[in-house]
Design a protein around this ligand. Sequence first.
Ligand SMILES: [Zn+2]
Length: 470
Amino acid sequence: MKKQLFDWMQKNEEIFSHMAKQIWDKPQLGYEETFASSLQQDFLKKEGFDIVTPIDDVQTAFYAQWGSGSPIIGFLGEFDALPGLSQQVSSLYSPVEEGAPGHGCGHNLLGTAGVEAVVALKEVMKLNNLQGTIRYYGCPAEELLSGKSYMARAGVFDDLDIVYTWHPFTFNMTANFSMQALTAIEFYFSGRTAHAAGAPHLGRSALDAVELTNVGANYLREHVPDGSRIHYQITNGGLAPNIVPDKASVYYYLRGANRDAVKDLERRLIKVAKGAAMMTETEVHWELKAGCYDTLPNLTLNEQMLAAWDDLPPLSFTEDELTFAKSLQASLDSSVLAGTAQQSFVPNEISKEVLVEQVLHFPQTFRQSMQGSSDLGDVSWIAPLGQVFTTCAPYGVQVHTWQATAAFGSSLGMKGMHYAAKAMAGAALNSLLDPEVIKKAKEEFVKLRAGKLYECGIPEEVKAPSTVLG
Ligand SMILES: [Zn+2]
Protein backbone atom coordinates (compact mmCIF):
# COMPACT_ATOMS: atom_id res chain seq x y z
CA MET A 1 0.00 0.00 0.00
CA LYS A 2 2.87 2.34 0.75
CA LYS A 3 4.17 1.66 -2.73
CA GLN A 4 0.77 2.44 -4.22
CA LEU A 5 0.74 5.65 -2.22
CA PHE A 6 4.18 6.87 -3.20
CA ASP A 7 3.75 5.79 -6.82
CA TRP A 8 0.53 7.77 -7.05
CA MET A 9 2.22 10.79 -5.51
CA GLN A 10 5.20 10.52 -7.84
CA LYS A 11 2.91 10.34 -10.86
CA ASN A 12 0.73 13.28 -9.85
CA GLU A 13 3.33 15.73 -8.57
CA GLU A 14 2.70 18.17 -11.38
CA ILE A 15 -0.92 18.82 -10.31
CA PHE A 16 0.24 20.03 -6.92
CA SER A 17 3.29 21.95 -8.14
CA HIS A 18 0.89 23.80 -10.40
CA MET A 19 -1.49 24.53 -7.50
CA ALA A 20 1.37 25.80 -5.30
CA LYS A 21 2.65 28.00 -8.12
CA GLN A 22 -0.79 29.45 -8.79
CA ILE A 23 -1.07 30.42 -5.11
CA TRP A 24 2.47 31.82 -5.16
CA ASP A 25 1.50 33.91 -8.22
CA LYS A 26 -1.45 35.41 -6.36
CA PRO A 27 -0.26 36.13 -2.82
CA GLN A 28 -2.95 37.33 -0.42
CA LEU A 29 -2.70 38.38 3.20
CA GLY A 30 -4.32 36.73 6.21
CA TYR A 31 -8.15 36.54 6.09
CA GLU A 32 -7.99 37.69 2.46
CA GLU A 33 -6.80 34.35 0.99
CA THR A 34 -9.91 33.96 -1.14
CA PHE A 35 -8.03 32.75 -4.20
CA ALA A 36 -6.06 29.96 -2.52
CA SER A 37 -8.94 28.86 -0.33
CA SER A 38 -11.47 28.59 -3.13
CA LEU A 39 -8.91 26.93 -5.42
CA GLN A 40 -8.33 24.20 -2.82
CA GLN A 41 -12.01 23.92 -1.88
CA ASP A 42 -13.01 23.45 -5.53
CA PHE A 43 -10.26 20.92 -6.14
CA LEU A 44 -11.11 18.85 -3.09
CA LYS A 45 -14.83 18.98 -3.87
CA LYS A 46 -14.08 17.50 -7.31
CA GLU A 47 -12.03 14.80 -5.57
CA GLY A 48 -15.13 13.78 -3.62
CA PHE A 49 -14.47 15.56 -0.33
CA ASP A 50 -17.22 17.26 1.68
CA ILE A 51 -16.41 20.90 2.38
CA VAL A 52 -17.29 22.57 5.67
CA THR A 53 -16.77 26.26 6.43
CA PRO A 54 -17.04 26.27 10.21
CA ILE A 55 -16.76 30.00 11.02
CA ASP A 56 -19.61 32.14 9.68
CA ASP A 57 -17.63 35.25 8.88
CA VAL A 58 -14.38 33.61 7.83
CA GLN A 59 -15.09 31.98 4.51
CA THR A 60 -11.44 31.21 3.81
CA ALA A 61 -11.36 28.83 6.80
CA PHE A 62 -12.57 25.37 5.82
CA TYR A 63 -12.04 21.68 6.15
CA ALA A 64 -12.49 19.00 3.54
CA GLN A 65 -13.46 15.54 4.71
CA TRP A 66 -13.51 12.09 3.10
CA GLY A 67 -14.23 8.61 4.45
CA SER A 68 -16.08 7.51 7.55
CA GLY A 69 -15.62 6.25 11.05
CA SER A 70 -12.46 6.20 13.06
CA PRO A 71 -9.65 6.97 13.19
CA ILE A 72 -9.97 10.62 12.22
CA ILE A 73 -6.72 11.92 10.79
CA GLY A 74 -6.12 15.57 9.98
CA PHE A 75 -3.65 17.50 7.83
CA LEU A 76 -3.14 21.20 8.49
CA GLY A 77 -2.63 23.65 5.66
CA GLU A 78 -2.05 27.39 5.43
CA PHE A 79 -2.09 29.78 2.48
CA ASP A 80 -1.55 33.37 3.62
CA ALA A 81 1.28 35.59 2.35
CA LEU A 82 3.32 38.35 3.99
CA PRO A 83 3.19 42.10 3.29
CA GLY A 84 5.96 43.69 1.21
CA LEU A 85 7.74 40.47 0.23
CA SER A 86 6.84 40.40 -3.44
CA GLN A 87 9.73 38.88 -5.42
CA GLN A 88 10.28 37.05 -8.68
CA VAL A 89 12.02 33.68 -8.92
CA SER A 90 15.40 35.35 -9.18
CA SER A 91 18.59 35.66 -7.14
CA LEU A 92 18.54 39.41 -7.67
CA TYR A 93 16.15 41.54 -5.66
CA SER A 94 13.29 42.19 -8.08
CA PRO A 95 9.74 42.42 -6.75
CA VAL A 96 6.91 41.37 -9.04
CA GLU A 97 5.21 44.48 -7.70
CA GLU A 98 6.94 46.93 -5.38
CA GLY A 99 5.46 46.79 -1.87
CA ALA A 100 3.02 43.98 -2.69
CA PRO A 101 2.67 40.78 -0.61
CA GLY A 102 4.74 37.70 -1.30
CA HIS A 103 5.01 34.10 -0.11
CA GLY A 104 8.11 34.62 2.03
CA CYS A 105 7.00 31.93 4.47
CA GLY A 106 6.12 29.38 1.80
CA HIS A 107 2.49 28.92 2.79
CA ASN A 108 1.73 28.40 -0.90
CA LEU A 109 3.61 25.12 -0.41
CA LEU A 110 2.40 24.45 3.11
CA GLY A 111 -1.28 24.20 2.27
CA THR A 112 -0.78 22.46 -1.04
CA ALA A 113 1.26 19.62 0.49
CA GLY A 114 -1.66 18.91 2.81
CA VAL A 115 -4.01 18.72 -0.17
CA GLU A 116 -1.53 16.44 -1.94
CA ALA A 117 -1.27 14.14 1.09
CA VAL A 118 -4.99 13.87 1.72
CA VAL A 119 -5.90 13.17 -1.91
CA ALA A 120 -3.16 10.55 -2.28
CA LEU A 121 -4.29 8.87 0.90
CA LYS A 122 -7.90 8.82 -0.30
CA GLU A 123 -6.82 7.00 -3.48
CA VAL A 124 -5.10 4.26 -1.48
CA MET A 125 -7.92 3.97 1.06
CA LYS A 126 -10.41 3.57 -1.78
CA LEU A 127 -8.32 0.94 -3.55
CA ASN A 128 -7.90 -1.10 -0.37
CA ASN A 129 -11.21 -0.44 1.36
CA LEU A 130 -9.54 1.10 4.39
CA GLN A 131 -11.75 2.54 7.06
CA GLY A 132 -11.20 5.94 8.56
CA THR A 133 -11.86 9.64 8.09
CA ILE A 134 -9.33 11.99 6.60
CA ARG A 135 -9.50 15.76 6.69
CA TYR A 136 -7.59 18.63 5.20
CA TYR A 137 -7.84 21.89 7.13
CA GLY A 138 -7.47 25.09 5.13
CA CYS A 139 -6.39 27.48 7.88
CA PRO A 140 -6.30 31.22 7.24
CA ALA A 141 -4.03 33.89 8.64
CA GLU A 142 -1.21 31.92 10.25
CA GLU A 143 0.96 35.02 9.94
CA LEU A 144 -1.53 36.87 12.12
CA LEU A 145 -1.25 33.93 14.54
CA SER A 146 -4.97 33.54 14.96
CA GLY A 147 -6.64 31.55 12.15
CA LYS A 148 -6.30 28.19 13.86
CA SER A 149 -7.24 29.67 17.23
CA TYR A 150 -10.61 30.78 15.85
CA MET A 151 -11.05 27.36 14.22
CA ALA A 152 -10.10 25.68 17.49
CA ARG A 153 -12.57 27.87 19.36
CA ALA A 154 -15.24 26.63 16.93
CA GLY A 155 -14.33 23.06 17.95
CA VAL A 156 -13.26 21.74 14.55
CA PHE A 157 -10.21 19.89 15.87
CA ASP A 158 -11.92 18.32 18.90
CA ASP A 159 -12.62 14.88 17.42
CA LEU A 160 -9.22 14.40 15.73
CA ASP A 161 -7.23 11.34 16.73
CA ILE A 162 -3.99 12.65 15.28
CA VAL A 163 -2.91 15.46 12.99
CA TYR A 164 0.06 16.13 10.72
CA THR A 165 1.66 19.21 9.31
CA TRP A 166 5.00 20.58 8.09
CA HIS A 167 6.78 23.82 7.24
CA PRO A 168 9.09 24.84 4.38
CA PHE A 169 12.62 25.35 5.64
CA THR A 170 16.28 24.95 4.73
CA PHE A 171 16.84 21.41 5.93
CA ASN A 172 14.90 18.20 6.50
CA MET A 173 14.04 17.33 10.08
CA THR A 174 11.22 16.48 12.42
CA ALA A 175 10.02 19.19 14.76
CA ASN A 176 11.15 17.59 18.02
CA PHE A 177 11.03 20.99 19.68
CA SER A 178 8.38 23.39 20.80
CA MET A 179 7.60 26.90 19.61
CA GLN A 180 6.66 29.77 21.89
CA ALA A 181 3.24 30.76 23.14
CA LEU A 182 2.18 34.26 22.14
CA THR A 183 -0.22 37.06 22.94
CA ALA A 184 -0.85 39.84 20.45
CA ILE A 185 -2.41 42.86 22.11
CA GLU A 186 -2.99 46.40 20.87
CA PHE A 187 -3.37 49.35 23.25
CA TYR A 188 -5.40 52.39 22.22
CA PHE A 189 -4.95 55.65 24.13
CA SER A 190 -7.31 58.62 23.98
CA GLY A 191 -6.41 62.13 25.14
CA ARG A 192 -7.30 65.64 24.02
CA THR A 193 -6.02 67.68 21.07
CA ALA A 194 -4.64 71.20 21.45
CA HIS A 195 -2.36 73.52 19.54
CA ALA A 196 1.05 72.06 20.33
CA ALA A 197 2.70 75.50 20.58
CA GLY A 198 -0.17 77.83 21.48
CA ALA A 199 -1.89 75.82 24.17
CA PRO A 200 0.09 72.66 25.00
CA HIS A 201 -1.12 72.82 28.61
CA LEU A 202 -4.64 72.13 27.37
CA GLY A 203 -3.65 68.99 25.48
CA ARG A 204 -3.36 65.46 26.82
CA SER A 205 -1.13 63.44 24.54
CA ALA A 206 -2.08 59.89 23.67
CA LEU A 207 1.33 59.56 22.02
CA ASP A 208 3.05 60.38 25.32
CA ALA A 209 1.13 57.48 26.81
CA VAL A 210 2.32 55.18 24.03
CA GLU A 211 5.91 56.26 24.59
CA LEU A 212 5.68 55.80 28.35
CA THR A 213 4.16 52.35 27.81
CA ASN A 214 7.15 51.46 25.68
CA VAL A 215 9.57 52.83 28.27
CA GLY A 216 7.84 50.72 30.91
CA ALA A 217 7.94 47.65 28.69
CA ASN A 218 11.63 48.14 28.03
CA TYR A 219 12.30 48.27 31.79
CA LEU A 220 10.14 45.17 32.20
CA ARG A 221 12.49 43.20 29.92
CA GLU A 222 15.09 42.68 32.61
CA HIS A 223 12.60 41.06 34.96
CA VAL A 224 10.94 38.46 32.78
CA PRO A 225 11.85 34.78 32.35
CA ASP A 226 14.78 34.04 30.03
CA GLY A 227 13.69 33.46 26.46
CA SER A 228 10.72 35.83 26.71
CA ARG A 229 10.28 38.13 23.75
CA ILE A 230 8.58 41.53 23.79
CA HIS A 231 8.22 43.48 20.54
CA TYR A 232 6.04 46.38 19.51
CA GLN A 233 5.05 48.64 16.69
CA ILE A 234 3.45 52.08 17.00
CA THR A 235 0.34 51.72 14.87
CA ASN A 236 -0.83 55.30 15.32
CA GLY A 237 1.46 58.12 16.38
CA GLY A 238 -0.83 61.08 15.74
CA LEU A 239 -1.51 63.25 12.73
CA ALA A 240 0.84 66.25 12.79
CA PRO A 241 3.57 67.61 15.08
CA ASN A 242 1.59 70.78 15.78
CA ILE A 243 -1.47 68.90 17.05
CA VAL A 244 -1.24 67.23 20.45
CA PRO A 245 -2.32 63.70 19.46
CA ASP A 246 -5.65 62.71 21.01
CA LYS A 247 -5.40 59.19 19.59
CA ALA A 248 -2.39 56.89 19.54
CA SER A 249 -1.91 53.16 19.63
CA VAL A 250 0.78 50.55 20.01
CA TYR A 251 0.69 46.88 19.05
CA TYR A 252 2.59 44.32 21.16
CA TYR A 253 3.67 40.71 20.66
CA LEU A 254 4.55 38.88 23.87
CA ARG A 255 6.18 35.47 23.67
CA GLY A 256 7.13 32.94 26.27
CA ALA A 257 7.64 29.27 26.98
CA ASN A 258 3.98 28.50 27.53
CA ARG A 259 0.52 30.00 27.75
CA ASP A 260 0.77 30.71 31.49
CA ALA A 261 4.09 32.52 31.10
CA VAL A 262 2.66 34.69 28.34
CA LYS A 263 -0.50 35.42 30.29
CA ASP A 264 1.67 36.69 33.09
CA LEU A 265 3.58 38.99 30.70
CA GLU A 266 0.22 40.20 29.43
CA ARG A 267 -0.98 40.97 32.97
CA ARG A 268 2.16 42.98 33.69
CA LEU A 269 2.12 44.89 30.40
CA ILE A 270 -1.51 45.91 30.97
CA LYS A 271 -0.39 47.42 34.29
CA VAL A 272 2.34 49.35 32.47
CA ALA A 273 -0.18 50.71 29.95
CA LYS A 274 -2.60 51.68 32.71
CA GLY A 275 0.26 53.45 34.50
CA ALA A 276 1.11 55.34 31.33
CA ALA A 277 -2.51 56.41 30.97
CA MET A 278 -2.57 57.60 34.58
CA MET A 279 0.61 59.64 34.13
CA THR A 280 -0.67 61.36 31.02
CA GLU A 281 -4.33 61.76 32.05
CA THR A 282 -5.39 59.78 29.02
CA GLU A 283 -7.57 56.73 28.77
CA VAL A 284 -6.58 53.31 27.57
CA HIS A 285 -8.39 50.28 26.26
CA TRP A 286 -6.96 47.23 24.57
CA GLU A 287 -7.83 44.45 22.17
CA LEU A 288 -6.48 40.93 22.25
CA LYS A 289 -5.70 39.97 18.64
CA ALA A 290 -4.09 36.58 19.11
CA GLY A 291 -3.39 34.25 21.98
CA CYS A 292 -1.76 31.10 20.78
CA TYR A 293 -0.24 28.18 22.60
CA ASP A 294 3.27 26.82 22.59
CA THR A 295 3.54 23.76 20.35
CA LEU A 296 3.67 20.30 21.89
CA PRO A 297 5.76 18.07 19.64
CA ASN A 298 4.70 14.45 19.33
CA LEU A 299 7.75 12.27 18.92
CA THR A 300 5.70 9.14 18.15
CA LEU A 301 4.17 10.80 15.10
CA ASN A 302 7.44 12.45 14.15
CA GLU A 303 9.11 9.03 14.13
CA GLN A 304 6.40 7.78 11.78
CA MET A 305 7.22 10.59 9.41
CA LEU A 306 10.92 9.75 9.54
CA ALA A 307 10.02 6.12 8.80
CA ALA A 308 8.09 7.23 5.73
CA TRP A 309 11.20 8.97 4.44
CA ASP A 310 13.24 5.82 5.08
CA ASP A 311 11.13 4.10 2.39
CA LEU A 312 11.93 6.79 -0.16
CA PRO A 313 14.97 7.85 -2.12
CA PRO A 314 16.53 10.96 -0.54
CA LEU A 315 15.56 14.41 -1.67
CA SER A 316 17.86 15.40 -4.52
CA PHE A 317 18.36 18.56 -6.50
CA THR A 318 19.67 19.07 -10.05
CA GLU A 319 22.79 20.99 -11.12
CA ASP A 320 20.59 23.89 -12.29
CA GLU A 321 18.82 24.01 -8.97
CA LEU A 322 22.15 24.01 -7.16
CA THR A 323 23.37 26.89 -9.32
CA PHE A 324 20.26 28.93 -8.55
CA ALA A 325 20.55 28.09 -4.86
CA LYS A 326 24.20 29.15 -4.79
CA SER A 327 23.45 32.52 -6.31
CA LEU A 328 20.53 33.02 -3.94
CA GLN A 329 22.77 32.15 -1.01
CA ALA A 330 25.42 34.53 -2.37
CA SER A 331 22.90 37.37 -2.17
CA LEU A 332 22.87 37.04 1.63
CA ASP A 333 25.02 39.29 3.76
CA SER A 334 27.94 37.25 5.11
CA SER A 335 26.81 38.02 8.67
CA VAL A 336 23.43 36.42 7.93
CA LEU A 337 25.10 33.23 6.79
CA ALA A 338 27.41 33.20 9.80
CA GLY A 339 24.55 34.08 12.16
CA THR A 340 22.41 31.19 10.90
CA ALA A 341 24.66 28.68 12.61
CA GLN A 342 24.09 30.49 15.92
CA GLN A 343 20.37 29.77 15.97
CA SER A 344 19.79 27.17 18.64
CA PHE A 345 18.19 24.54 16.44
CA VAL A 346 20.65 24.71 13.52
CA PRO A 347 23.25 21.93 13.65
CA ASN A 348 26.85 22.92 12.88
CA GLU A 349 27.38 20.02 10.51
CA ILE A 350 25.42 21.70 7.70
CA SER A 351 26.88 25.19 7.94
CA LYS A 352 28.90 24.80 4.72
CA GLU A 353 26.07 23.39 2.63
CA VAL A 354 23.90 25.03 0.03
CA LEU A 355 21.02 22.60 -0.44
CA VAL A 356 20.71 20.12 2.40
CA GLU A 357 19.47 16.85 0.93
CA GLN A 358 19.88 14.53 3.90
CA VAL A 359 17.47 14.14 6.80
CA LEU A 360 18.89 15.44 10.06
CA HIS A 361 18.19 13.34 13.12
CA PHE A 362 17.85 15.05 16.45
CA PRO A 363 18.03 13.31 19.80
CA GLN A 364 14.68 12.37 21.28
CA THR A 365 15.30 14.72 24.16
CA PHE A 366 15.80 17.71 21.90
CA ARG A 367 12.87 19.73 23.17
CA GLN A 368 14.27 23.20 23.41
CA SER A 369 12.20 26.00 22.03
CA MET A 370 12.48 27.45 18.57
CA GLN A 371 12.07 31.21 18.93
CA GLY A 372 8.89 32.15 17.19
CA SER A 373 5.28 31.15 17.46
CA SER A 374 2.50 29.59 15.45
CA ASP A 375 -1.22 29.14 15.95
CA LEU A 376 -0.33 25.52 15.27
CA GLY A 377 0.30 25.43 19.03
CA ASP A 378 -3.44 25.51 19.67
CA VAL A 379 -4.02 22.40 17.58
CA SER A 380 -1.10 20.61 19.26
CA TRP A 381 -2.88 21.04 22.61
CA ILE A 382 -6.07 19.47 21.21
CA ALA A 383 -4.67 16.47 19.32
CA PRO A 384 -1.26 14.81 18.94
CA LEU A 385 0.61 16.71 16.23
CA GLY A 386 3.39 15.39 13.99
CA GLN A 387 5.45 17.94 12.09
CA VAL A 388 8.41 17.95 9.72
CA PHE A 389 10.44 20.65 8.06
CA THR A 390 11.93 20.16 4.60
CA THR A 391 14.53 21.80 2.40
CA CYS A 392 12.71 24.30 0.21
CA ALA A 393 15.41 26.98 0.14
CA PRO A 394 19.20 27.23 0.39
CA TYR A 395 20.89 27.05 3.76
CA GLY A 396 21.08 30.50 5.37
CA VAL A 397 17.97 31.88 3.67
CA GLN A 398 15.64 33.04 6.44
CA VAL A 399 11.89 32.82 6.11
CA HIS A 400 10.15 36.21 5.82
CA THR A 401 12.75 37.56 3.34
CA TRP A 402 12.63 38.17 -0.43
CA GLN A 403 15.13 35.35 -0.94
CA ALA A 404 12.64 32.98 0.68
CA THR A 405 9.84 34.18 -1.61
CA ALA A 406 12.09 33.44 -4.59
CA ALA A 407 12.96 29.94 -3.39
CA PHE A 408 9.37 29.02 -2.48
CA GLY A 409 8.19 29.89 -5.97
CA SER A 410 10.92 27.81 -7.60
CA SER A 411 11.40 24.09 -8.10
CA LEU A 412 13.39 24.03 -4.84
CA GLY A 413 10.19 24.75 -2.96
CA MET A 414 8.16 22.29 -5.02
CA LYS A 415 10.59 19.45 -4.35
CA GLY A 416 10.57 20.12 -0.62
CA MET A 417 6.80 20.26 -0.71
CA HIS A 418 6.41 16.83 -2.34
CA TYR A 419 8.91 15.42 0.13
CA ALA A 420 6.85 16.76 3.04
CA ALA A 421 3.58 15.52 1.50
CA LYS A 422 5.07 12.02 1.32
CA ALA A 423 6.15 12.13 4.95
CA MET A 424 2.65 13.14 6.04
CA ALA A 425 0.76 10.71 3.79
CA GLY A 426 3.15 7.82 4.51
CA ALA A 427 2.92 8.34 8.25
CA ALA A 428 -0.86 8.68 8.11
CA LEU A 429 -1.16 5.43 6.16
CA ASN A 430 0.91 3.69 8.80
CA SER A 431 -1.32 5.09 11.52
CA LEU A 432 -4.40 3.83 9.68
CA LEU A 433 -2.96 0.33 9.44
CA ASP A 434 -1.48 0.10 12.91
CA PRO A 435 -3.76 1.25 15.76
CA GLU A 436 -0.80 1.01 18.16
CA VAL A 437 0.67 4.17 16.64
CA ILE A 438 -2.34 6.28 17.51
CA LYS A 439 -2.54 4.73 20.97
CA LYS A 440 1.09 5.51 21.68
CA ALA A 441 0.83 9.04 20.23
CA LYS A 442 -2.14 9.73 22.49
CA GLU A 443 -0.36 8.43 25.58
CA GLU A 444 2.55 10.72 24.84
CA PHE A 445 0.18 13.62 24.24
CA VAL A 446 -1.64 13.12 27.56
CA LYS A 447 1.66 12.94 29.39
CA LEU A 448 3.03 16.09 27.78
CA ARG A 449 -0.14 18.06 28.44
CA ALA A 450 0.23 17.15 32.12
CA GLY A 451 -3.42 17.58 33.04
CA LYS A 452 -3.82 21.02 31.47
CA LEU A 453 -6.68 21.39 29.01
CA TYR A 454 -6.91 23.64 26.00
CA GLU A 455 -8.72 26.89 26.54
CA CYS A 456 -8.72 29.25 23.56
CA GLY A 457 -6.53 32.33 24.15
CA ILE A 458 -8.95 34.55 22.23
CA PRO A 459 -12.03 35.35 24.33
CA GLU A 460 -15.45 34.36 22.97
CA GLU A 461 -16.50 38.00 22.51
CA VAL A 462 -13.65 38.77 20.06
CA LYS A 463 -14.99 38.20 16.58
CA ALA A 464 -12.75 36.79 13.84
CA PRO A 465 -11.99 39.26 11.00
CA SER A 466 -14.45 38.45 8.26
CA THR A 467 -13.66 37.39 4.71
CA VAL A 468 -15.84 37.05 1.67
CA LEU A 469 -15.02 34.20 -0.65
CA GLY A 470 -14.93 35.28 -4.26
ZN1 LIG B 1 5.10 30.10 8.07
